[in-house]
Design a binder for this molecule. Structure first.
Ligand code: AMP
Length: 178
């Protein structure tokens, strides 16, 4: 696996565990020689991820849009920064560049991006693995919602067959890459 795309908060969240997890997964990617693809921002968990990957000697590709770049909301030290005209073109490139996807805690931007790649997998547009890093039990309510969705007959495949989930970055990367 050459590159993994990480979706995560442009804010830090209220618990130090979120920052620690973003830094830990960045270090793991660097150690494994896996390029980190992410949204290119220099704020919140996005910044922690990029900084820790780069500090550990890894490569980071940012994929942003012109509007955010104009507002100076991008990381200046990335291995490579792509700037796309629209959010949908940006997301398509993130998907194209990556061999797998992981969501860390974040807000609606993170949810939207993760659910797009999950939906595309369900529809057979790609077969790349999708994972959730369930730091501080942040994603327990989402798992509950997916369980309910499955029970009520709205999921085409059991979600546990489609999404890897772990609270440990090392374990989650092992799941995605095995
Ligand atoms: P959120 O979870 O709402 O904080 O949004 C984070 C997600 O949306 C990230 O995975 C990014 O891809 C995208 N995003 C949010 N803010 C920015 C930003 N300033 N620059 C680039 N991408 C961003």
């Amino acid at each position: 696996m050459k590159a993994i795309c990480i979706f995560l908060g442009s804010s830090n969240g209220n618990h130090p565990a979120y920052i620690e997890a973003a830094a830990a997964i960045g270090r793991e990617l660097a150690v494994r020689g896996i390029t980190c693809v992410y949204g290119g921002s220099s704020t919140g968990l996005m910044k922690q991820l990029a900084d820790s990957t780069l500090d550990a000697g890894g490569k980071v590709i940012g994929v942003t849009v012109q509007r955010l770049k104009d507002k100076e909301e991008f990381h200046k030290d990335l291995t490579k920064l792509y700037v796309l005209p629209t959010m949908s073109e940006r997301k398509n490139l993130m998907i194209e560049l990556s061999d797998g996807f992981i969501a860390l805690p974040g807000g609606i931007g993170t949810f939207e991006e993760f659910f797009e790649v999950y939906t595309l997998a369900q529809l057979g547009f790609h077969t790349k693995p999708c994972g959730i890093l369930n730091v501080n039990r942040f994603y327990d309510p989402l798992e509950e919602m997916l369980r309910k969705t499955e029970q009520e007959g709205f999921l085409k495949r059991p979600y546990k067959e489609s999404i890897f989930c772990s609270e440990n970055p090392h374990e989650l990367l092992n799941m995605l890459t095995s």
